[in-house]
Design a protein around this ligand. Structure first.
Ligand code: ATP
Ligand code: MG
Length: 407
């Protein structure tokens, strides 16, 4: 893409009132725009990152046998009444009346998934069921001030599964946990799987996926050897206690919750009559699991843990483009076409009325992992290669640049 056509231009200053790094940098670099508190547009650059993140999650979900679908976002009150959550979740849900009927905007989808499932399952042979989606969630968040980490409207990947036994649910639950760890690994994020209480919606322990970050709202206690972690809201252990496996004293740190998985057992299935006949012909209730990852929260979280005083530093796997090509001295079109032909996704700064200094500042702000400069100084057939996270530059041939970018 030609940067001269990219919407919008970058900004030199952060928006007033922005407190968090993700809010300041993502707005300045043109990834997001705020409509109101907790409500953001994903602009072309921001949407590219979100789609990259979604694709990584999609691949890992498909590997564990889940199928993608799309559930409605506008829900009738009646289905939420079946579990009692119309009342119980009143504070967080956007509920409203239209022409004498009451509705809610989706804040999660357990009830909607269960309503769908009960129409289509009848025998134990129909199990397990594993369905997921990427969609908007609406929550009446009171503290919506950490940029896109906490939106009133945000994108979540939510997966729901149904099983015929607790053992089968447990087994899949930990398969999903492994898939989540793989997702975060592919994004280069050091995420810690953390035990946490289920809150108002389930008695069973849940697991949160916590990204260590100074700006995080959560606090966890964890073993530096990686075998144990708890959210301090529920922690049964104390910071400084020696790890049982000899990894030294337990540490305490701030973290951002980027994912959460739940086992609901049969509680909701009993309320909604999600049942089937077992091999002996007896009626049984299905076991429900529910698994979420915050897609837009991840966009912001990556910025929180990967930036410097000049801007964002995207990991390669989620960067909006593979390479930022900068033209000086009016050159570069040939290189742009050549890279594109090689299947490389290029943001080409083709702007003619912008100084070299401003172009480089934009590269650093936007944060694509590799910058290539075409100039008279670099010479014919050559480019200057620089990685965002390093200061070193080198002159290499265009062929070598292509090879490196493809590897
Ligand atoms: P939090 O404790 O941060 O309010 P939650 O525990 O209520 O989050 P879940 O219901 O577990 O959130 O949702 C699953 C995932 O969706 C979370 O792990 C998080 O990544 C993401 N998420 C939840 N709320 C928001 C929000 N308001 N804005 C952006 N992402 C969110
Ligand atoms: Mg949670």
């Amino acid at each position: 893409m030609r940067q001269s056509t990219l919407f919008p231009k970058t900004q030199k200053t952060a928006p007033t009132g922005a407190e968090s790094a993700n809010h300041k940098l993502l707005v300045r670099a043109g990834f997001i725009d705020q409509l109101m508190s907790g409500s953001f547009s994903l602009l072309p650059l921001g949407l590219r990152v979100a789609k990259k993140i979604e694709q990584i999650i999609r691949e890992e979900m498909n590997k564990i046998g889940a199928q993608e679908l799309a559930l409605p976002l506008l829900h009738p009150k009646e289905v939420w009444n079946e579990t009692g959550r119309w009342e119980k979740a009143r504070d967080i849900m956007y509920q409203f009346k239209k022409d004498e009927r009451e509705y809610a905007l989706s804040f999660t989808h357990e009830e909607i998934f269960l309503d769908l499932a009960r129409k289509h399952i009848s025998t134990y042979r129909d199990f397990p069921v594993k369905l997921y989606q990427f969609s908007s969630k609406f929550r009446n968040e009171l503290r919506a001030k950490s940029g896109i980490l906490r939106g009133r409207e945000f994108i979540m990947k939510d997966l729901y599964s149904l099983h015929t036994s607790k053992e089968d649910l447990d087994k899949y639950y930990f398969e999903v946990a492994d898939a989540y760890m793989e997702v975060f690994k592919r994004m280069g994020l050091a995420v810690i799987m953390t035990e946490a209480a289920g809150g108002v919606f389930t008695d069973e322990n849940t697991h949160e996926f916590q990204l260590l970050a100074e700006s995080g709202e959560d606090e966890i206690i964890y073993c530096p050897g990686g075998d144990f972690a708890q959210n301090t809201e529920i922690a049964t252990v104390k910071e400084g206690k020696q790890c049982d496996l000899g990894h030294g004293p337990l540490l305490k740190a701030k973290a951002i919750e980027v994912g959460n998985i739940f086992r609901f057992g049969t509680a909701y299935s009993e309320k909604m009559n999600v049942s089937y006949t077992d091999s002996g012909g007896k009626k049984q209730f299905a076991y429900l699991g529910s698994y979420g990852i915050g897609v837009t929260r991840l966009v912001g979280s990556i910025v929180e843990v990967s930036n410097d005083e000049r801007g964002i530093i995207w990991p390669k796997s989620v960067s909006p483009f593979d390479v930022h090509l900068v033209s000086l001295d009016g050159q570069g079109e040939k290189v742009y076409e050549e890279l594109r032909k090689a299947g490389i996704d290029v943001l080409w700064d083709d702007r003619e009325d912008v100084s070299a200094g401003e172009k480089f500042a934009d590269c650093d702000l936007i944060g694509i992992p590799v910058r290539l400069v075409v100039s008279k100084k670099a010479g014919e057939g050559k480019v200057e290669w620089k990685e965002r996270k390093e200061d070193r530059t080198e002159i290499i041939s265009i062929d070598d640049a292509k090879k490196r970018l493809k590897s």
